[in-house]
Design a protein around this ligand. Structure first.
Ligand code: ZN
Length: 242
């Protein structure tokens, strides 16, 4: 089967205003993610908040099998019309990978139906990410665990519905834990939430983080499942009288 066509979406505001972030991601974190996926043969385009329609026109989404989403400062500036457009695409089979602070994006909260709130602390502490579902495709190529030297802490309770599969759990040096790799099915679509990726750390340059994103993209990619239909069925498939 051919590789999924990917659109990497980024809010792109920290990169414009914070010199620390500019140094780590001079062309934006979306370019680092996109370049990594392109190097593996994927067809990748990028889109950012400040483009017309946030770069997510009907035409772009029609050519998107998997959308990745990073946002933080400006969730409320994403228009409801575009959120609805993305939502409908997911329900009709487009895969969605939600990264880090995307937990508070309109689209993720809409798909989860909960507050998606959590605990957090920005202290640059070590994060150890454990594979807790080793048979899952998103765990491919990972060890039993991998570590990120410096990250923001996200802690439980994370107010999400119980994931359909929980693949990764984080431990932080300060003692908290967090469900870091969560899989969901919504309509014909699949969603993968992946925790790491605070903007002031070089997390998206980390090889195992990149591997999880690639595995996540592959897992959420549409696989040609049947169209869903609803409503009144006056004509039975078989005659009701003999
Ligand atoms: Zn963060």
């Amino acid at each position: 089967m051919s590789l999924p066509r990917i659109t990497v979406w980024n809010e792109g505001r920290h990169e414009k205003t914070n010199p620390v972030v500019q140094k780590i991601y001079p062309a934006g974190m979306h370019q680092v993610i996109a370049d990594y996926l392109r190097a593996d043969g994927y067809q990748v385009q990028t889109a950012t908040l400040d483009e017309p329609e946030h770069g997510l026109t009907e035409a772009v989404l029609e050519q998107t099998d998997v959308l990745t989403w990073w946002g933080h400062l400006a969730h409320d500036q994403v228009s409801d019309e575009i959120v609805q457009r993305v939502y409908e695409r997911v329900m009709n089979g487009m895969g969605l990978v939600v990264l880090h602070s995307g937990h508070f994006s309109k689209i993720f909260k809409r798909l989860m139906g909960t507050s998606c709130d959590l605990k957090w602390r920005e202290a640059g502490e070590k994060e150890r990410i454990w594979v807790v579902e080793p048979s899952h495709p998103i765990a491919a190529g990972l060890g039993e665990y991998f570590e990120i030297e410096h990250e923001e802490m996200y802690g439980e309770h994370f107010d999400i519905p119980a994931p359909d599969a929980l693949v990764l759990v984080s431990w932080f040096k300060g003692g908290e834990i967090f469900r870091s790799g969560c899989c969901y099915h919504r309509g014909r679509g699949r969603i993968f939430y992946f925790r790491p990726g605070h903007e002031t750390y070089p997390t998206y340059h980390h090889p195992q983080v990149q591997r999880v994103i690639k595995n996540g993209v592959n897992w959420v990619a549409p696989v040609g499942t049947p169209q869903i239909t609803f409503g009144h069925r006056p004509q039975p498939l078989e005659p009701l009288t003999t």
